[in-house]
Ligand binder design. Structure first.
Ligand code: PGA
Length: 254
């Protein structure tokens, strides 16, 4: 990662956890990261646990995040959670457009762009997830897909909206598969995304954290994070084990 940007690590718990498991995991993380005053480590926890985790994170350097957010402010949207509700629980970040939302729940680029705006409107920093499927990669469409996903948000909200955002490049074929992108392969996409942002606003592009996600583990993290345009990671499976997650955080120089 470039020295001008501070590293960012997200732990995406997905649909895992229980009151007891969360308490144990957080106790271990608090201990392991206690001397990391400048770290930006964010935990994306299931909605029902926001209250528990926000209490357990109080006074630590760890921040709280949500895995999704409604595009709507309020109303008859059964099952949805508004950005203002997330803000009530101290969420600083929200994932938008995670591939599991796009694939399993049919979220479109346009809906993801609306969610991005809804988060910002409530003072929550959106983490825009994007990435190509295996079929798209094999068809040589990686660049086209990630640029399309980025532009859906950029065209609606403008470059200034990315001042408070994080981009997460997560190739779908690497998520939960144990098949990590090669560092050079990931770096090429990160550079492409930063160059596209720079066309819209050079200073926003320079400051923007672009993190990699998809089977990041303690052993592959150092080489990924050494790349100039990879500013950290969004970690799924390995964020559920304190030892693994702490090792990944250390690889990002916390
Ligand atoms: P993974 O998930 O680390 O388990 O591959 C990453 C993600 O989906 O954010």
């Amino acid at each position: 990662m470039a020295s001008s940007r501070s590293a960012w690590i997200g732990g995406n718990w997905k649909m895992h956890g229980s009151l007891a498991d969360n308490a144990a995991l957080l106790a271990a993380l608090r201990e392991g990261l206690s001397d990391a005053a400048e770290s930006e480590v964010v935990l994306f926890v299931p909605f029902p646990y926001l209250d528990q985790v926000s209490r357990l994170l109080a006074g630590t350097a760890l921040a709280l995040g949500a895995q999704d957010v409604s595009a709507k402010a309020k109303g008859a949207y059964t099952g949805e959670v508004a950005a203002t509700m997330l803000a009530d629980f101290g969420c600083r970040y929200a994932l938008v457009g995670h591939s599991e939302r796009r694939q399993l729940h049919g979220e479109t680029d346009e809906q993801v762009a609306e969610k991005f705006g809804a988060a910002l409107a409530a003072g929550i920093r959106p983490v825009l997830c994007l990435g190509e499927t295996l079929a798209e990669r094999e068809a040589g469409k990686t660049e086209e897909v990630v640029i399309r996903q980025l532009e859906a948000v950029l065209n609606l909200h403008g470059a200034a909206a990315f001042q408070d955002a994080v981009l997460a490049y997560e190739p779908v074929w690497a998520i939960g598969t144990g098949r990590v992108a090669a560092p050079d392969e990931a770096e090429a996409v990160h550079r492409l995304l930063r160059e596209r942002m720079a066309k819209a606003d050079a200073s926003v592009a320079t400051a923007l954290r672009i993190v990699y996600g998809g089977s990041v583990k303690a052993d592959n993290a150092p080489l990924l994070f050494a790349k100039p345009n990879i500013d950290g990671g969004l970690i799924g499976g390995a964020s559920l084990e304190a030892k693994d997650f702490l090792a990944i955080c250390r690889a990002a120089n916390f």
